[in-house]
Design a protein around this ligand. Structure first.
Ligand code: ADP
Ligand code: MG
Length: 263
């Protein structure tokens, strides 16, 4: 059975893309077969996994519009995950898809053709709640919300959860909200934990264990064309390894995810 997880938050800079790349690589290190999907026209996931979006002939854009077979567009990466890449063309897909019936189902239909080849599919949603994010949420079984642990992190979370709720009512009744992933976490002060506790309470959103600490290694990694998992050992990579183990246990054993106590 293939697990499809959407990583969504319409706020930019909360580490959605970093989470998809690092978690994907960490799962691959556990011998899990992983497909990652770049749904952001900026193509940051594509770029960070070693492929220049400007050099690609075809992308998820062509797949969503039914102009390419998904299997012909997939790319290998040095992180041992398969990538469905994005290019800037995807910015136009939003408008083109809007004119089509069943527009929320385009990604779900495409992924169904290759899903059996993968244990896990991770979907990197763009920083908006438009038709691309709706495609991600419609295809997924579960969604996690990366939250940057700073003041005002909660802004927009209510709107995102309302969108998830609408998707559950209209296009994907089986969609489950797994919880938040705490990113850019600073364990040295109580501020990060206070922010998390506030958001968790306010929205009844569990925080997945472990939080991901802030470390400069992430900026170095995204410029290098491989995820942070490939570099020398560091606390960011260790945290994503822990998150991968937590999620994989949940999927394999059918047990609830381990949560982080913010109290
Ligand atoms: P999003 O996809 O939500 O816009 P990104 O994954 O692109 O966010 O991350 C935004 C920025 O934050 C990037 O420059 C990335 O390198 C940096 N970043 C992500 N996670 C961490 C972390 N744990 N520590 C330090 N920097 C991080
Ligand atoms: Mg991103």
């Amino acid at each position: 059975m293939t697990r499809m997880l959407a990583i969504a938050n319409q706020k930019g800079g909360v580490a959605k893309t970093t989470t998809v790349a690092s978690l994907g690589a960490a799962l691959a290190d556990l011998d899990v077969s992983v497909l990652v999907v770049d749904l952001d026209p900026q193509g940051c996931l594509t770029f960070s996994l070693g492929h220049d979006p400007d050099q690609l002939e075809s992308s998820v854009h062509d797949v969503l519009l039914g102009e390419e077979e998904i299997a012909d567009v997939l790319l290998d990466t040095d992180d041992n995950v398969t990538l469905l890449p994005a290019t800037i063309d995807l910015a136009g897909a939003e408008a083109l898809l809007l004119m089509r019936p069943g527009r929320e189902y385009a990604l779900k239909r495409a992924l169904a053709e290759v899903a059996e080849d993968y244990d896990v599919i991770l979907i990197d949603c763009p920083p908006s709640l438009g038709v691309l994010t709706l495609n991600g949420l419609t295809a997924a079984d579960e969604v996690v919300v990366p939250l940057q642990c700073e003041t005002l992190a909660h802004r927009g979370v209510g709107q995102l959860l309302r969108t998830v709720n609408e998707v559950q009512q209209i296009t994907n009744p089986a969609l489950t909200t797994l919880g938040a992933v705490a990113t850019l976490y600073d364990a040295r002060t109580t501020h990060s934990r206070d922010v998390l506790g506030d958001v968790a309470d306010r929205y009844d959103l569990p925080v997945l264990d472990p939080p991901i600490p802030r470390t400069v290694r992430f900026a170095e990694a995204s410029a290098s064309g491989t995820s942070v998992m490939r570099g020398r050992k560091n606390k960011g990579a260790n945290a994503y390894r822990g998150l991968a183990e937590n999620l994989w246990k949940h999927w394999e054993a059918g047990t609830p995810v381990q949560t982080f106590d913010t109290a």
